[in-house]
Every structure is written in C-alpha cells, then in structure tokens.
Design a protein around this ligand. Structure first.
Ligand code: FAD
Length: 390
C-alpha cells in the first residue's frame, strides 16, 4: 500500500481507472488483476480516504463486526489468510477492516493512490478525462509534499466505486434550521460519551439508529427514538434470505430504471438479534412515530406532544456519491442513474461497482467479477477497433 502518492504528471494515461478502494473497488480490482491487467500501466486506483478500509475506516469506535450484518470476505481473502471468519469481534470493526484491507491491497500490489479525490469526470471520444485533487492529510498538510496537488489523467474505462458514506442524507422537517442544540448524522457520530447527560432524539429505523439508542442508554439523560414507519421486526436473529432477495430486486429495478434507490432497510426488515430483543424487553427500544416539526429546544408531534432535546441524531441513511460524475449528465429526471448489471446504460465505458443491488459486502463481491469481465471485453473491443484503423 502506498499512502500519499498522487497520480503521475498531467496527462497520465491508464486503461482502467477505479475510483474508490472500498470493498467494491477492491473486488473489481482483484478480478482485473486476475484477468491480466497490470497496475500502473493498465489499472490505477484512486481513493479519497486517508487510510484503508473504505467507509469502514470512518465508522464509530464502538461498532463491532457482526453488530450490523455480516461482512463478507473479498475475493481471494481466505486464500491469503485474511478472511473475516476468524477476525477479532471485540476490536473496533473500523480497525479490523482497515487492517485486513491494507494487507489485501499489499498482496495485490495495488498501489492505491490516496488521499486523492476525483473531482470531475468528463467524456472524451476515446475515454474519459478525470480531474483529481490531493486531499490534505489529517494533520492538514498537503497529502503529497512531493507531487502536484491536483491534475488530470486519461482513462479508457472508469469503474466508479465511491459508495455512499460521503453523501449523508438528512430529511427536511419544518424548523430544522432553528434547533439550538447539536444535530449530527450517522457519519458524524463518534461515541455515546459525546452526548453524555443530554436529552437525545434518535431518528431512523435501521440498525445504526437502533445501535445508537442502545448505546446511549445510561449515558444520555434521555433517549427518544422516532421512525418514519414502524420497524419491520423479523422473527429471526439474522437477515431473512427471502426478504434480502426481494430488497435487492427492488434496488435492481430502480437502478435499471434510473430511479432514486429505495431505502434498503425498508425492504429487508430488521432481524431480532438477542441484543435488540433485550433492548425491547428492558424498555430501552421504544419506537415513536416521526415528529412533525423541530423547534429550538426539541421536537413536536402533530398531536401537540413535545420532547425536549439537546441533540438530534439523524440515522437517516446515505445516497450514492456521484457528484464527480455530474459533467457526464447521467442523472435521469427520476433522480438516479441508469445501471444494468453494473454497467451504465448510457455510456458503455462506465461501470458502477457497489451501486444499488450490489451495495452490501456480498453483492459487491459477486459484482466484482461480472464488472471486471465486461471491462476487459470493452478493452478488447477498443483494441480491435484500433487494429482495424491501422
Ligand atoms: P465504501 O466502503 O464507501 O468505499 C468507497 C470508497 O470510495 C471510499 O474509500 C471513499 O474514500 C472513496 N471515494 C468516494 N468518493 C470518492 C471520490 N470522489 N474520489 C476518490 N475516492 C472516492 N454492509 C455489509 O455487508 N455488512 C455490514 O455489516 C454493514 N454495516 C454497515 C454499517 C453502517 C453504519 C453503514 C452505513 C453501512 C454498512 N454496510 C454494511 C453497508 C456498507 O456500507 C457496504 O457494505 C460497504 O461499506 C460499501 O462498500 P463500497 O466499496 O461500495 O463503498
């Protein structure tokens, strides 16, 4: 793993650029390497994060592997002795994932260039021009003291694997801007101790919201939990395969149609794990319907009931992070991009890994192989065209 490298000089060319080194980008990269692409010459991977692990490196300290859902291995991880089956479940998930992904990148010789953010992708006749900027490292110093701080490179094919962590979603409620306390989204949440002694409202019906309510118990002065629709508790302690299949199918339909993606938890339901059942039985997990408005000192329901709040935690999900693709004009009127089997339906040289139906560790893995094969087919086609043109 190379940290702090920026892409080469202005005008660097590569055949395939992968944007993002989370599980989706790494999975595609694994298969591209296996299909014969050489790092540097054929394949460049850029990532904005300061370290390895994709979104996992940013998750809160108390989150453990298995607390949300299962984290599946990346392809080939088991053979490298990096599989998650024997991973430490008592250590923060962010550290465990970052460590295993770092060793995986090393084993692949991927030389991921970070922290480098892609700021704009523009279509050209023979591929894409990709603008990038080296981000400041955590100490605030330029990421790469030796290299340029921004530039562009050319790629024949782009695989976008940028996930959702950088695009937190907070719904609008009347009065939200007037609230005098602290508002934070899942992506800002660090530890329950930051909200010690406060009256906290937690918004959201997914496993993150439920986890926050449980860990704030006994630390916050009070916790009020509100959900837009009643949580669909599943009777089993693990995600039901049938409902997961239905949720993935719903994501796929929306992705193909170019619609905004539906919420995943509304399609899968929430498994009654032992920890969640205990929270319900102890009276800690008490769902209330969504409030109607935010006021300077709390939240108010339509029937006039009021709850005082010093802080509101919006565990209300994320949207795909696609801002850098705006110059390509792919967004449909329905708010999404049209993606079929991981490929853009509008531009055959552009792929989306980890998007919609692929947005889980197992989905991203399967998609890696399918996307890598399509990428290589695309490169072969353009080689054939070049040969014909002499
Ligand atoms: P990410 O892991 O987000 O990786 C995207 C990468 O792209 C990042 O490294 C980012 O730095 C980079 N990037 C983004 N934009 C740019 C840019 N413009 N330029 C350069 N780089 C860029 N799924 C599971 O299967 N199991 C779980 O237990 C689970 N738990 C979860 C818990 C929480 C709290 C959340 C929010 C999600 C959870 N998920 C879980 C879903 C999970 O997010 C995905 O499984 C996984 O992290 C997505 O991988 P990814 O590669 O698509 O995206």
């Amino acid at each position: 793993m190379m940290v702090g490298m920026t892409p080469g000089g202005e005008g660097e060319r590569t055949r395939v650029l992968v944007i993002g080194a989370g599980q989706a980008g790494l999975s595609v990269s694994w298969y591209l390497r296996r299909l014969g692409l050489e790092v540097g010459r054929d394949l460049v991977v850029l990532d904005r994060g300061p370290g390895t692990g994709g979104a996992w490196q940013h998750r809160w300290e108390s989150l453990r592997l298995g607390a949300a859902h299962r984290v599946h291995d990346l392809p080939g991880m088991d053979g490298l002795g990096l599989g998650f089956a024997d991973a430490d479940r008592s250590a923060p998930a962010r550290d465990v994932v970052a460590d295993r992904y770092a060793r995986y990148e090393d084993a692949l010789g991927l030389d991921v260039r970070r922290p480098v953010e892609v700021t704009g992708v523009t279509g050209l006749g023979d591929g894409f021009s990709v603008r990038w900027a080296a981000r400041a490292s955590s100490g605030g110093a330029p990421a790469a003291a030796t290299g340029p701080e921004s530039g562009s490179l050319r790629a024949e094919v782009v695989v976008n694997a940028t996930g959702t962590w950088g695009a937190p979603f907070v719904p609008w409620y009347p009065g939200r801007d007037t609230f005098r306390g602290r508002q934070l989204h899942t992506s800002d949440y660090r530890a329950a101790s930051e909200l010690e002694g406060l009256d906290v409202v937690v918004v959201g019906g997914g496993t993150s919201a439920i986890g926050f309510v449980l860990e704030l118990d006994g630390i916050a002065a009070s916790t009020t939990w509100v959900t837009r629709r009643p949580v669909d508790w599943l009777d089993q302690g693990e995600l039901d395969v049938e409902s997961a299949v239905a949720a993935v199918a719903a994501q796929d339909r929306a992705a193909r149609a170019g619609q905004a993606l539906p919420s995943i938890v509304s399609g899968t339901g929430v498994p009654r794990t032992r920890r969640f059942v205990s929270g319900i039985e102890r009276g800690v997990l008490v769902e209330r319907p969504m409030f109607a408005a935010v006021e300077p000192n709390g939240v108010r329901w339509a029937d006039g009931t009021f709850a005082h709040a010093d802080a509101i935690v919006w565990a209300t999900g994320f949207r795909p992070e696609l801002r850098h693709l705006a110059p390509l004009g792919l967004r449909s009127a329905d708010g999404g991009v049209s993606v079929e089997g991981g490929a853009s339906t509008l531009d055959p040289r552009l792929f989306f890994a980890g998007y919609g139906p692929q947005a889980s560790t197992i989905g991203a893995n399967r998609a890696g192989r399918a996307i890598a094969r399509q990428v290589v087919a695309r490169l072969s086609e353009s080689d054939a065209v070049r040969r014909r043109q002499g």
